[in-house]
Design a protein around this ligand. Structure first.
Ligand SMILES: Nc1ncnc2c1ncn2[C@@H]1O[C@H](COP(=O)(O)OP(=O)(O)OP(=O)(O)O)[C@@H](O)[C@H]1O
Ligand SMILES: [Mg+2]
Length: 261
């Protein structure tokens, strides 16, 4: 059984069909990529999987159970954590505080909720802090923990988001264009981190990405969509060789079309 099993997922906004009868699986323990041209429906798909959008129709099974009527915060409690296409940090909080904000699924009580805290809560707070620090250490930015998020260069802000995501110990991590805006060296670091998320932390990774060389290097399975519909799936080599994929990315060659007529 796949960790996530999506069948005929459809998301319509007014007249716009953003996702159109999309069917695919994410295998447990895999690194799977969702790719497609701008406006193909990738982020809309993530929004359905995480409960941000209520799908118009179709089914989303996670560990065999439907997520369709599950609220977003309960989906995070089930271990599905996402990052966004644009960086979304609390600018005026420190790096550590930002990562702690992702740990709410682990703690029973909100960190810092009261001035007087019984010892049991203090212990929990210490434990959460340790988890957050471990996540920062894993990503390689523990030394930045006291910096304000807004003072970090963009590439480091992205790292804080990854640290926040893994601190909550997800089973399934959804990354929406994690490499956007990163330089080549940072992209290589990201490839290494994605592999370590899976290999060392046991996290299944499902990522949307435009950088084809990154997808080809890190993903084991690729789902390609265009106009909300799946046009190909398979290994990176298979989808790269698929004429429908080439056409979706490069556009149809008019000369060829005329010749074919
Ligand atoms: N909340 C919304 N209301 C109306 N239309 C929407 C909404 N969200 C997405 N869409 C439309 O759905 C389509 C798919 O958008 P989506 O953001 O999923 O594309 P994408 O594949 O993530 O593209 P990109 O690579 O540019 O991020 C687009 O036509 C978009 O305008
Ligand atoms: Mg998008």
């Amino acid at each position: 059984m796949a960790l996530m099993d999506v069948t005929d997922l459809t998301m319509i906004f007014g007249g716009i069909v953003a996702v159109d009868h999309l069917t695919f699986e994410v295998e447990e323990g895999s690194i799977t990529a969702l790719i497609g041209p701008n406006g193909a429906g990738k982020t809309a798909t993530f929004n359905c999987l995480t409960g941000f959008y209520k799908a118009t129709s179709g089914e989303i099974l996670y560990e065999g159970e439907s997520l369709l009527n599950t609220r977003p915060y309960l989906i995070t409690y089930k271990g599905i954590i996402r990052t966004f296409q644009n960086v979304r940090l609390f600018n005026n909080l420190t790096v550590l505080e930002n990562v702690l904000s992702g740990c709410h699924t682990l703690g029973k009580k909100f960190v810092g909720s009261s001035i007087f805290r019984p010892p049991s809560e203090r212990k929990e707070e210490d434990e959460l802090r340790e988890i957050a620090e471990n996540a920062l250490d894993f990503i390689g930015i523990l030394d930045l923990q006291d910096q304000l998020a807004k003072n970090l260069p963009y590439g480091y802000q992205r790292r804080v988001e990854w640290a926040r995501a893994i601190a909550s110990r997800p089973k399934l991590l959804l990354l929406d264009e994690p490499a956007a805006g990163l330089n080549r060296e940072e992209k290589n670091d990201l490839i290494g981190l994605i592999r370590r998320f899976r290999d060392e932390l046991g996290i299944t990774v499902f990522l949307i990405e435009h950088d084809m060389s990154l997808v080809m290097e890190v993903a084991e399975q690729v789902v390609v969509i265009n106009f909300g519909t799946k046009i190909a799936e398979g290994t990176p080599d298979e989808v790269q060789a698929n004429p429908l994929v080439v056409e979706a990315y490069l556009g149809k060659d008019d000369d060829e079309e005329e010749e074919a007529v």
